[in-house]
Design a protein around this ligand. Structure first.
Ligand code: PBG
Length: 326
């Protein structure tokens, strides 16, 4: 057999060294944001059942954990509060009340870890007795009335020391509204990472367990996007860009890699992707059953999100990834 094969792509895969040379995409701990959960109390470290390895911390245990997390090179966390039912009301008043445990915790984190970039979530759901991201009246989620509440929440979080605010509520006009409120209070340096393209997804289930924040009625389809749409993602992203967002986020990540790619091709802002709770839970559950190699599945997943065009990944795997690199 004398068939001449001129092009042999396998030559570029023949050794670890050559494979490393031709590797197109990498993941670094610099690209990752670690979402974490905090609750009121002392000495608490309570595992989220549907998210093995992820805990709700009280402030003192959180600060201990952050020592480890920052020593591993993680430079940004996104802190979410779990509020008890008795603190929730229709107007999410607790979200901006001076002296509420979450805002005090932000201050403490910032005081103890001044180098850490601290991200927060701007949406009503953890504080709302309706479990919705916006204000509910007669079974409807009101857009413009919600904006005032979001702006108060945003300013309170900025005052507490947040560096990056993440409006995750999907109300129209909220990025511009929040930007204006921040600037009016002198917080021109506080960034906005907009959840620009957030889909009404089944993959948020474990997160809602972590915060006890599932909607009390209906679903989030009048504000979160239809999973079928990508052209609409360009409209959302363009508005957030015009309204002053510093980063554009796509969420979830894995079922929406094409959306990440589309945004990356159309906008010059850094693109972030949220590798959400359900995506984490799937890999963890399969790994615990011995059905796949958890570490390899994690690395492959993070790489795929970077390859699709996300510069930044919010992921519950951040600490595990950092440990593997250490
Ligand atoms: C709240 C919020 C959610 C997530 C981040 N911020 C849940 C939701 O919209 O219902 C999901 C994060 C995850 O699943 O990991 N607005």
């Amino acid at each position: 057999m004398n068939y001449p094969i001129i092009r042999r792509p396998r030559r570029n895969r023949q050794s670890e060294a050559i494979r490393a040379l031709v590797q197109e995409t990498t993941v670094s701990v610099n690209d990752l944001i670690y979402p974490m959960f905090i609750m009121e109390g002392q000495g608490i470290k309570s595992e989220v059942k549907s998210m093995p390895g992820i805990y709700r911390y009280s402030l003192n245990t959180l600060l201990e954990e952050l020592k480890e997390v920052t020593d591993l090179g993680i430079k940004c966390i996104d802190l979410f509060p779990n509020y008890s039912e008795d603190k929730k009301d229709t107007f999410a008043t607790e979200s901006y009340r001076e002296g509420t445990f979450y805002l005090d915790a932000l201050k403490a984190v910032k005081d103890n870890f001044p180098e850490l970039a601290l991200m927060t979530d701007v949406a009503m759901d953890p504080y709302s007795s309706d479990g919705h991201d916006g204000l509910v009246k007669n079974g409807k989620i009101l857009n413009d009335e919600t904006l005032d509440i979001l702006a108060k929440m945003a300013v309170a979080q900025a005052r507490a020391g947040a560096d990056i605010l993440g409006p995750s509520d999907m109300m129209d006009g909220r990025v511009g509204y929040i930007r204006q409120a921040l600037d009016a209070e002198g917080f021109t340096d506080v960034s906005i990472m907009s959840y620009s393209v957030k889909f009404a997804s089944a993959f948020y289930g474990p997160f809602r367990d972590a915060l006890d924040s599932a909607p009390r009625f209906g679903d989030k389809k009048t504000y979160q996007m239809n999973p079928a749409n990508v052209r609409e993602a360009l409209i959302e992203a363009a508005l957030d860009y015009e309204e002053g967002a510093d980063f554009l986020m796509v969420k979830p990540a894995l079922a929406y890699l094409d959306v990440i790619k589309t945004l990356n091709q159309n906008f010059d802002l850094p693109i972030a992707a949220y590798n959400v709770s359900g995506e984490y839970a799937m890999i963890k559950a399969a790994a615990q059953n011995g059905w796949l190699d958890g570490n390899r599945a994690m690395l492959e997943t993070l790489l795929s999100i970077r390859r699709a065009g996300a510069k930044i990944i919010l992921t519950y795997f951040a600490k595990e990834f950092a440990l593997l690199q250490a």
